[in-house]
Write a protein that binds this ligand. Structure first.
Ligand code: 6GU
Length: 230
């Protein structure tokens, strides 16, 4: 079973998120155990401080190394971890290939940055991988950790109802997903494409592939190795 420990100074932000939805079901099915860890539990300060002023001055606070190191050391004493991930906008950009890779691993620690980020020595000595979820800045790493965890957990065996459905996701084959329809077949004259009602499996498969390629060409030519739409 995969285990994910998320280290954060704002645990309540994530508690409710992981108590709901597909993530709850994944944990109930024994596919993953997610532990939200409050970094303040490893603070030795009487006010449970986990940050301090930056050396050299400047605005904003910096997360200190001591509670982070103690948390990681304790967890590593309990089990082996494959990666210690730091969520940061200057990390490697998260894409489906990276998510697929992470979903094959056993145990992960994910550290959420806050304030001005963490003391650089955390990144230099304690972190094995730095991940960004896109080119924009969030106020903290918690949402990014939730995004990464969701994308990984839904790929774990037994999590999705239909075992093969992750294979038809957008991006899994380098293409956007084709359009889908359900009843009614005719809504005020807005009709479902005839081929989908035909029962011809091979023709339906071909149609979906054509649609996926056309949609990708129009919306995301970069995925096809092209840089412009026409
Ligand atoms: Cl991982 N953290 C923050 N704070 N902002 C981000 C991000 C991460 N990824 C994109 N923006």
């Amino acid at each position: 079973m995969m285990r994910i420990d998320i280290l954060t100074c704002l645990p309540r932000l994530l508690d409710s998120w992981f108590a709901e939805s597909i993530l709850q079901r994944a944990q109930g099915k024994g596919a993953v155990e997610v532990r939200i860890q409050d970094l303040r539990d490893w603070s030795t300060d009487k006010h449970r401080k986990v940050d301090d002023y930056p050396f050299g001055g400047g605005a904003g606070m910096v997360m200190t190394i001591e509670p982070i190191q103690r948390a990681i050391d304790q967890l590593k004493g309990e089990r082996d971890y494959d990666e210690v991930i730091y969520m940061t906008p200057d990390g490697e950009r998260m894409e489906q290939g990276l998510v697929n890779q992470l979903s094959t691993l056993g145990n992960l620690i994910i550290l959420c940055g806050h304030y001005k980020g963490v003391d650089e020595r955390v990144r230099e000595y304690l972190i094995t991988k730095e991940i960004s979820i896109g080119d924009y800045v969030l106020s903290g790493g918690e949402l990014a950790a939730a995004v990464l965890s969701d994308a990984v957990i839904r790929l774990l065996p037994g999590v999705l109802g239909d075992e093969t459905s992750a294979l038809s996701d957008s991006f899994q084959d380098g293409l956007l997903a084709p359009p889908v329809y359900t009843r009614p077949a005719d809504h005020n004259g807005w009709k479902v494409p005839e081929v989908l009602l035909s029962g011809h499996e091979a023709r339906i498969h071909d149609w979906r592939l054509q649609q996926a390629m056309e949609r990708t060409r129009q919306r995301r030519p970069d995925l096809l190795g092209k840089d412009e739409k026409d």
